[in-house]
Design a protein around this ligand. Structure first.
Ligand SMILES: Nc1ncnc2c1ncn2[C@@H]1O[C@H](COP(=O)(O)OP(=O)(O)OP(=O)(O)O)[C@@H](O)[C@H]1O
Ligand SMILES: [Mg+2]
Length: 314
């Protein structure tokens, strides 16, 4: 299969206001393709339209314009739904069920027989890091992070070919995030495709193969993550980090290369150099002033640079 998700000209207007109704465009002419077998990061700041897109894909709300396909079938095809998984943003389940009962219920919806339901439920609860003593505890006693984990287990009960995760790391502490990160990486290793929305950039850098960045409902950039990051932005250079330099030595360095930008870092100072030729002179000055050279590294565009809207764009 060429693409596992195909989005074509999707727009969504929400009606807002009570007395005087008006429309707010949450999604504007989004077209996007996702290849199978990878982890696709769907990025954008608060209100960019990530959840709106995922809800349309899941058939929970209707688009104002456009269409989409998942696994080659239109999004309203019920048969296709049995082959996908979905964990909503901040999942919330019926308070008085236990995780085992909840997973069993979803397993029944997918027509799994009792033995499969029970073995899969146990295996998934282990995988998402819920201890056995909590398996028969009512969900109302679960923390936000625990609910998030149950949501992930629920999304995987039918062994989906592709799973849609809306902010899967929200509500998790750093340890929890790392565990879920590993779980998501494990899904990919098993051949499950993942479509996840997030604004946690370190998770994206650690996990995603391809990304799409939304800004105010519009597609801003999409493609291979590494390729997007190495794309020339016209402001690449080198960063020299050194410590133990006197203010006079720093001033000397600043005078040496007009393009150099010096910023303080906890471990010393960082000198940003535009061209390779100036590096030699800077290194000599550091040495002559008995400074300690810590590193010389090429400056790469970070995901944050891509993600954050510059005021001059728009
Ligand atoms: N039911 C609704 N009625 C009216 N406006 C809505 C509704 N749901 C979302 N919106 C608006 O649509 C826009 C996109 O919202 P959406 O929830 O898709 O963003 P998001 O990218 O998921 O943001 P977040 O990172 O905060 O979850 C926002 O401006 C939001 O206020
Ligand atoms: Mg959202």
């Amino acid at each position: 299969m060429e693409n596992i998700v195909e989005i074509e000209g999707l727009s969504k207007d929400y009606d807002v206001g009570f007395w005087r109704k008006r429309k707010v465009r949450a999604l504007d002419d989004l077209s996007l393709n996702v290849k199978p077998g990878g982890i696709f990061g769907f990025l954008g700041g608060n209100g960019a339209g990530k959840t709106t897109t995922i809800k349309i894909l899941m058939g929970l709300i209707f688009p104002t314009e456009g269409s989409a396909k998942i696994l080659g079938s239109p999004i309203y095809d019920v048969k296709m739904r049995s082959r996908i998984g979905y964990c909503p943003e901040n999942p919330y389940f019926y308070d008085y069920l236990t995780p085992l009962e909840l997973l069993d219920y979803f397993g029944q919806l997918f027509g799994l027989d009792a033995a499969v339901r029970s073995s899969r439920s146990e295996q998934l609860l282990n995988a998402v890091g819920i201890e056995e003593i909590a398996w028969k505890r009512q969900l109302r006693k679960f923390s936000k992070g625990m609910q998030q984990r149950v949501g992930l287990a629920q999304a995987l009960i039918n062994e989906p070919e592709i799973v849609f995760l809306d902010e899967p790391m929200s509500g998790l502490d750093p340890v929890g995030r790392r565990e879920i990160r590993e779980l998501i990486a494990g899904l990919k290793a098993k051949g499950t495709s993942v479509f996840m929305s997030t604004h946690i950039l370190s998770d994206v850098e650690a996990l995603c193969d391809e990304v799409a960045i939304l800004r105010k409902g519009k597609l801003f950039a999409t493609g291979d993550l590494q390729e997007l990051l190495s794309r020339d932005t016209g402001r690449r250079g080198f960063e020299v980090i050194a410590s133990g330099l006197s203010p006079a030595a720093v001033a000397q360095i600043e005078a040496l290369s007009k393009g150099a930008v010096v910023t303080g870092k906890p471990n010393g100072i960082a000198i940003e150099v535009e061209n390779e030729e100036s590096i030699e002179g800077i290194l000599r000055t550091i040495r002559d002033n008995y400074g300690k050279l810590i590193s010389v590294l090429p400056v790469k565009q970070s995901l944050e640079d891509l993600f954050i809207e510059k005021p001059d764009e728009d």
